[in-house]
Design a protein around this ligand. Structure first.
Ligand code: SF4
Length: 737
């Protein structure tokens, strides 16, 4: 517990942090609002990704780590009963007994596991080995399903493999940054900071931002395209149309490195500028300017996140964006490429380890018999043990709770009672679960209300493991505090369950370094080769990017890009043009529900506030949920700034204070997604959203649904709806004492 370097546990930027103990000689100890001593945190100047910079979330993270922790295993027979504290032995016997009973009848397919991008790679790996290998079910999904599964699917289909080809150094080498569906300034602040410095210093560098909102990212743009929600593919095909018309394409690259260009060219001829501008709600001039900037730039870097991925055509959007890179040869070179920004700190690690229902470790697929055979052999399983069928994803888990196909639900380090779409339906389904294990560091969370067993997990600061950030850089997150209460590491809980199920040899690890050492062997000779990386090397040399094979000679901090030889991991080494027409929104506005609701994140908060809701500075920064409405719509509805507004969709309702602002386009409204029942009454964005998902990635369209708005009489609501955690805390104290 002496090494003080680690990684920020919030977003996929993956900033390096240095922490120092609370009590230092001669200084007064800082304490959090519950009186716990607080560790000091600052940016790690030696970390290549962040170079010492850190945003408000990273800078305040230690304020949340000791508060409202789940300290002991707890159980109850039904959701109406209070939890009773039990020993680990009792809790694990109950869990293992239930798994054995379900495996016997109706079978392992009745088990569903839902994990998290907050996991370390080691946590994912042991869970994947247990579920996909030894229990024989691919029903292992994570909250990355909601975040970037469309990016995975798009990369795989266009380039032959997952894996963002770029690195952060490209932020300072590009001459055109094309940001679509990402409020980078607020959601990936340190990436934006690096890009913005480069943009400010170099007048010729252009920044294009595509977003229906005038976000802080859009405010910094040379060109902001506030397109209507659901018209991304129109825009991208429209830009491609102009690039082709004006001769801004790389015929050598297209001929030698790609397939399917004719089908793509056939599609984009239907996207002339006047049609595209009309559909997108932008001017022809702005569309042409965007195409000209892209066409004339020698290094184009595109970036995207949830605004593209969270869509019923998310994969098609990702591929249509990659098309622009393929037609102009903007990939595999410094300063260029399609760069997906990941949400969670280790969503990338999850992709590498196989933590989605269709994946296996080392960028393998359950649908590929050779991949299954390789992993079976490595894990010492009999042939055919790994199911060749993708398992039940997050949305199917809800469906199958409804139809009673799920008999054992295991949720870890995530909060689906706030984050899944169509929340009333989700909560009703969670209520139906006959047996739910919830493994978490904090209590209360909204999801704890649906659990029969609570297993206390260590979290960042208490466990040692690795995480991979958006630029494929792996950092060792050192544990620097002792676990609170009886909390155990996630990987250790999975391993203990594995041993109690009888797989003693296969799940015995002395520490997480041993887990990592085993896992990296499954990356050997794969695109994401990490065989040259170990905990010890990370500790002594610092963070490393993959590919990093045993024989590779990449130095720490040296940038690694993919596809620099212009060969792609497809059978004929060529990338593939996709040919998609826009399908638009799954639920377009109509007479009854005339507005498009889009959801998003705020600078200070993280997801469902499990940590940031417990940090005073951040709560003061974002004291309450709100809805952004354009002045024209507000006038039409008789809504003034700071009036209460009731928002209804076909699935539910919520109430927010109005922020009347030009920052949102007419016809569109915006609410942040951070507030669940724990923090405010009737302010859940996902009470309104629908579960329609991309057919390829199964990522739901959390970014757009049709709603109606009405002002609410002031006497119906009061502003005393916020921060109710005290009530829950009292409950915790009673039950755990
Ligand atoms: Fe943490 Fe992301 Fe902020 Fe960096 S940018 S400090 S990783 S939240």
């Amino acid at each position: 517990m002496t090494n003080n370097k680690t990684l920020c546990p919030y977003c996929g930027v993956g900033c390096g942090l240095e922490v120092s103990p609370p009590a230092q000689a001669g200084r007064e100890t800082n304490r959090d609002s519950q009186g716990n001593p607080m560790w000091k945190v600052q940016g790690d100047r030696t970390h290549p990704s962040s170079q010492g910079k850190v945003c408000v979330k990273g800078a305040t993270v230690t304020e949340a780590i000791a508060k409202d922790r789940l300290l002991h295993p707890m159980v109850r027979n039904s959701l109406d009963e209070p939890f009773q504290r039990v020993s680990w032995d009792e809790a694990l016997n109950l869990v293992v007994g239930r798994i054995q009973a379900v495996c016997k009848s109706p079978g392992a397919d009745a088990i569903s596991f839902y994990g998290s991008g907050q996991f370390c790679t080691e946590d994912y790996y042991v869970a994947a080995k247990l579920l996909k290998g030894f229990l024989g079910t691919n029903n292992f999904d994570t909250n990355s399903r909601l975040c970037m599964s469309s990016a995975v699917s798009g990369y795989v289909q266009s380039l032959g493999s997952d894996g963002p080809p770029c690195c952060y150094e490209d932020l300072e080498l590009t001459d055109c940054a094309f940001l679509i569906g990402t409020n980078t300034a607020d959601c990936h602040p340190i990436v934006f900071n690096r890009l913005r410095q480069h943009h400010k210093k170099n007048r010729d560098v252009k920044l294009i931002v595509v977003d229906p909102r005038t976000t802080s990212t859009a405010q910094a743009a040379d060109l902001h395209l506030p397109i209507r929600p659901g018209t991304d593919i129109d825009l991208l095909n429209g830009i491609a149309h102009l690039l082709l018309r004006w001769g801004y394409f790389d015929s050598g690259f297209i001929d030698e490195c790609t397939n399917n260009f004719p089908a793509f060219a056939d599609v984009i001829k239907h996207y002339p500028p006047d049609v595209v501008a009309g559909r997108c709600g932008i001017s022809v001039n702005d569309l042409e300017t965007a195409a000209k900037i892209w066409g004339k730039s020698s290094r184009v870097l595109s970036m995207w996140s949830m605004g593209v991925n969270q869509s019923s055509e998310g994969t098609a959007k990702v591929q249509t964006l990659i098309n622009l890179h393929l037609m102009t040869g903007q990939i595999g070179k410094p300063g260029a490429g399609p760069f997906s920004l990941t949400g969670q700190p280790n969503a990338m690690g999850g992709r590498e380890v196989g933590a989605l229902t269709s994946l296996l470790p080392g960028y393998r697929f359950v649908t590929n018999p050779a991949h299954c055979a390789e992993v079976e052999e490595f894990w010492g399983l009999s042939a055919g043990r790994i199911s060749p069928t993708p398992g039940r994803n997050a949305l199917e888990m809800i469906r199958d709770l409804e139809n009673s196909a799920v008999k054992f639900l295991w949720i870890a380090a995530t909060n689906p009672a706030v984050s899944l779409p169509d929340l009333e339906r989700t909560k009703a389904a969670l209520r139906r679960s006959p047996f739910t294990v919830y493994q978490e560091a904090y209590y209360p969370t909204e999801t704890a209300a649906y659990a029969h067993v609570l297993l206390p997990a260590t979290q960042w600061s208490e466990k040692t493991g690795t995480m991979t950030n958006s630029e494929r850089r792996i950092t060792l997150c050192n544990g620097f505090r002792f676990p609170q209460g009886e909390a155990r590491d996630d990987w250790a809980i999975f391993a203990e369950v594995g041993r109690r199920l009888g797989f003693v040899e296969q799940f015995t690890y002395a520490n997480s370094a041993e887990v990592f050492a085993e896992y990296v062997q499954l990356t050997r000779d794969r695109l994401c080769d990490q065989t040259g990386i170990s905990h010890n090397r990370l500790k002594t040399e610092g963070p490393l990017q993959w590919p990093c094979s045993e024989s590779g000679n990449l130095k720490p901090g040296e940038p690694a890009r993919l596809y620099t030889d212009l060969k792609f991991p497809t059978p004929d080494k060529r990338a593939i043009f996709a040919a998609y027409h826009s399908r638009g929104l799954a639920e377009p506005p109509d007479q009854q529900y005339p507005y498009v609701l889009t959801t998003g994140r705020l600078y200070g908060h993280w997801h469902t506030q499990t940590r940031t809701g417990r940090i005073d500075k951040i709560r003061k920064m974002h004291p309450q949920p709100f809805i952004e409405i354009h002045p024209r719509d507000a006038k039409k509805l008789g809504i003034q700034d700071q009036d209460w507004v009731e928002v209804r969709s076909r699935r539910g309702y919520a109430r927010f204070l109005a922020t009347v602002t030009q920052a949102i386009s007419p016809g569109t409204v915006f609410v942040p997604m951070h507030w669940g029942e724990l923090w405010a009454d009737h302010a859940e964005a996902n009470a309104l959203t629908h579960p329609e998902a991309c057919p390829d990635s199964q990522q739901p369209e959390l970014k757009a649904c049709a709603v109606q708005l009405a002002p609410v009489k002031p006497e119906i609501v009061s502003s005393e709806v916020l921060y109710k955690a005290t009530e829950f805390k009292e409950l915790t104290n009673i039950q755990s004492s």
